[in-house]
Design a protein around this ligand. Structure first.
Ligand code: PMP
Ligand code: GLU
Length: 394
């Protein structure tokens, strides 16, 4: 019989939906995809070339579990440059995507039965990762404008709390946490002796006056309690390459590498050389992508606000919008009843061929997640269809 832990896991809604949309497109259905959290820009050529060069040089063997020294050194330089954080290469573990780095981190800090606080709305995989290590996810709603609710987080801390997962800029809300709230969480973590897992994968996707602050940089005490997670997927358009990393205090970093040495060993060797190129020379490409995302964010936000009976908070980062569509719950087009966010997403996809992710998958039952990771004309088409779909409900 399947184990209790695996039997109890919910598949990733974002990954499943992407599979479904792939098959719909293969069948010739013209789906406007506003679902997936992946930039629609190609991986820059110099990064691809670095990978090809590594293959030509037969850099295809096993390497150290935590990654090639050159890359770990470059990650340390990046953390110093961008985040004011000082790490040595021994504190870095390169993993198969930030996803594996996160799972390693959760496993490194939570014992079976331990509680891990997850501010919600939150990314689909946090809850499942905590369950997979035998921990207990404790979901704590954010404020209505998607900022951390410090009082609620403080109240959720118990004797069993091991860690808090912080994700800023946030998936799915696009919120960027303020310096004050990060300071307050850091203070709480130090006071209660908790770990912080800081998922900073969207760090570079930040708009207007918003600023990304790495919580580990706020004091030596919080540095000692933080595992920083980052990766190449979003900033350098390397989603399918599967490479990310963690930076942690030395004892945790050693534990993380030991764990990974039994699961995947090193992340793909020639991809690590490509990641090195991305970190050393990729910033110009990031800037161009960000300027395109700002224009899309502004357009998509405006369109969301124009939808009747829909409310939306303007996001400062990542590439998601989280409009509240709950006014339509209980309404019907005569055939389909929109009971919740899952039914709403299903209705939009099947009847109007526009793909969004149900907010319920992120513990935001009143909302849908719209990713503006598609061209301006597709975003426009997508909103036209959503507007039509909502207008048909009564
Ligand atoms: N964290 C968040 C918040 C994400 O949205 C994602 C999705 N890609 C990841 C981590 C995992 O990224 P990666 O592709 O590096 O595994
Ligand atoms: N993180 C992205 C998303 O939320 C990609 C899919 C996944 O890994 O969840 O859409």
């Amino acid at each position: 019989m399947i184990s209790k832990i695996v039997g109890n896991v919910t598949p990733s809604a974002t990954c499943e939906l992407e599979g479904l949309i792939g098959s719909m497109k293969k069948e010739g259905i013209n789906v406007v995809a506003l679902n997936i959290g992946e930039p629609d820009f190609k991986t820059p050529e110099p990064i691809c070339d670095a990978c090809k060069d590594a293959l030509d040089a037969h850099k295809t063997t096993y390497v150290a579990t935590a990654g090639i020294p050159e890359l770990r050194q470059a990650i340390c330089a990046k953390l110093q440059r961008d985040n004011g954080l000082t790490y040595t290469p021994e504190q870095i573990c390169v993993s198969t995507g930030a996803k594996q780095a996160l799972f390693n981190a959760v496993m490194a800090v939570a014992n079976p039965g331990d509680e891990v606080i997850i501010p919600t709305p939150g990314w689909v995989s946090y809850v499942e990762m905590v369950k997979l290590v035998g921990g207990v996810p404790v979901c704590v709603p954010c404020t209505p404008d998607f900022q951390l609710d410090l009082n609620a987080i403080r109240q959720a801390v118990t004797e069993k709390t091991a860690a808090i997962i912080i994700n800023s800029p946030n998936n799915p809300t696009g919120a960027v946490y303020s310096m004050e709230s990060l300071r307050a969480v850091a203070q709480l973590a130090v006071e209660k002796d908790l770990y912080i897992i800081a998922d900073e994968i969207y760090e570079k996707l930040i708009y207007g006056d918003a600023r990304h602050v790495s919580i580990a940089s706020l004091s030596p005490e919080i540095y000692q309690r933080t595992i920083v997670i980052n990766g190449m997927s979003k900033a350098y358009r390397m989603t399918g390459w599967r490479i990310g990393y963690s930076a942690a205090p030395l004892d945790l970093a050693k534990g993380i590498s030991a764990l990974q040495s039994h699961v995947t060993s090193n992340s793909t060797t020639f991809v690590q050389w490509a990641a090195l190129e991305a970190l050393e020379h990729g910033e110009e490409g990031v800037k161009q992508m960000v300027s395109e995302f700002v224009a899309r964010r502004d357009y998509a936000y405006e369109r969301a606000c124009q939808l009747p009976h829909v409310t939306c908070t303007k996001p400062d980062g990542a590439f998601y919008l989280m409009p509240d569509v709950s006014w339509y719950y209980g309404k019907t087009d005569g055939t389909h009843v929109i009971s919740d966010s899952f039914a709403m997403s299903e209705y939009l996809l099947q009847q109007y061929h526009v793909a969004v992710v149900p907010g319920g998958a992120f513990m935001a039952p009143g909302a849908i997640r719209i990713a503006y990771t598609n061209s301006m004309s597709e975003i426009q088409r997508g909103f036209d269809r959503i507007a039509q779909a909502l207008a048909a409900l009564h």
